[in-house]
Design a binder for this molecule. Structure first.
Ligand code: MRU
Length: 358
């Protein structure tokens, strides 16, 4: 992977042919170290997703698709049915990693369907087709992010201030990002603006990743703690809030990193438009409202001893949801690669992404 400072930030790629490997930027090391992790088996991908070495719903989907290839490429199947059984087992294994990320399940379904649709081909050809499919998922995600940037950049005011939460940038996708795509595109078009970046407790994706990648692109960043957002909106002026999403229900309710809901409530209280940027692959049209979106809970130690330092009584009870749901009525618009959904309702969501979704 090209880690030069002026190279496009592509957090995940497949290097070589079927005997190659998945190369991913180890996001747990940023911003201290900018290093890649070579993954040559599905267990390493599974572990990388669980411990957030690769994270962000679209990037998780790409990693999982490539993980399927790693998990079945050398399997010694007696016949096609046995091979398809192994594809299913690997998909189930990877599907157990991050329950909220819709793109994970979307990508795994696509890999299963790819294997099943190759009825007349021998197992070697199906393996090759799976690699082609995983690469296509990566490339398509990159194209969707570019389209989101083109479509949404007009929401970024020249000379204004934007606030974002967590990391919905290049690192969270195949490249370019979703929420940050708007900012990258506006910056490329010559607009100048400031981005207030919530640090995003407890794993600090805002400070470790968003602040790092926006500064790498030359965009003006001001890092704030999560509990400063209301004060900043009130005293410094924020023109627009943009976040990503991990899963969007059919009515437009959007799950994103824990704390996003609070930011949306604050934005409403201050009359600031709150926008979500996400590809069609993040929509789950099988879920009617956000109440049914599964919310991942993570280890108590992410709160009690974040990054190794004990910051609470060792055995204090905790509650550690990784995501929350912002109701559609707090969302001014959802920017997708297919256009902008505004106002956000079951009808406008279905008009944009289709009744069955991506
Ligand atoms: O737990 P994470 O870091 O995977 O959570 C990521 C987010 O919540 C992002 O905002 C979301 O995936 C959108 S990414 C384009």
């Amino acid at each position: 992977m090209n880690l030069a400072n002026d190279a496009p930030l592509r957090p995940i790629d497949w290097i070589g042919g079927l005997d190659g490997y998945v190369d991913l930027i180890d996001q747990t090391l940023l911003p201290v170290e900018f290093k890649c992790l070579e993954c040559r088996d599905v267990e390493t991908i599974h572990d990388a997703i669980c411990r957030l070495a690769v994270r962000g719903a679209p990037a998780i989907g790409v990693a999982a698709a490539m993980g399927v290839v790693l998990g079945v490429r050398w399997v010694d199947a007696a016949n096609r049915d046995a091979f398809l059984g192994q594809v299913d087992r690997v998909c189930d294994y990877l599907g157990g990693t991050r329950p909220t990320a819709r793109n994970l399940f979307w990508a795994l379904d696509r890999m299963r369907n790819c294997a099943r649709s190759r009825g007349d081909e021998n197992i070697g050809e199906v393996r090759a087709a799976l690699l082609t499919e995983a690469r296509a998922i990566r490339d398509e995600d990159a194209a969707m992010c570019r389209a989101i940037g083109d479509t949404g950049q007009s929401l970024i005011p020249d000379g204004g201030a934007v606030l974002t939460h967590c990391n919905a940038g290049a690192l969270a996708t195949a490249e370019y990002g979703t929420a940050l795509a708007l900012m990258y595109r506006a910056h490329e078009l010559g607009k100048r603006f400031t981005v207030y970046v919530d640090e995003t407790r407890p794993l600090l994706q805002g400070s470790r990743l968003t602040a790092w990648e926006l500064r790498r692109a030359g965009i003006d960043v001001v890092l704030i703690c999560d509990n400063m957002a209301g004060h900043v909106m009130r005293t410094r002026g924020v023109d627009v809030v943009v976040t990503g999403a991990d899963r969007i229900a059919a009515n437009g309710d959007a799950a994103n990193k824990i704390g996003t809901y609070g930011v949306a409530v604050l934005a409403k209280a201050h009359g600031i438009p709150f926008h979500v940027a996400a590809p069609s692959t993040t929509f789950d049209m099988g879920i009617v409202t956000g109440a049914d979106i599964p919310i991942e809970e993570r280890s108590p130690d992410e709160i009690r001893r974040g990054f190794g330092a004990l910051t609470a009584p060792e055995d204090v009870p905790t509650y550690c949801p990784a995501f929350d749901v912002t109701p559609a009525d707090l969302i001014r618009s959802i920017i997708t690669e297919r256009g902008i959904i505004e106002p956000v309702s079951s009808r406008t969501v279905a008009d944009c992404v289709g009744a069955a979704g991506a």
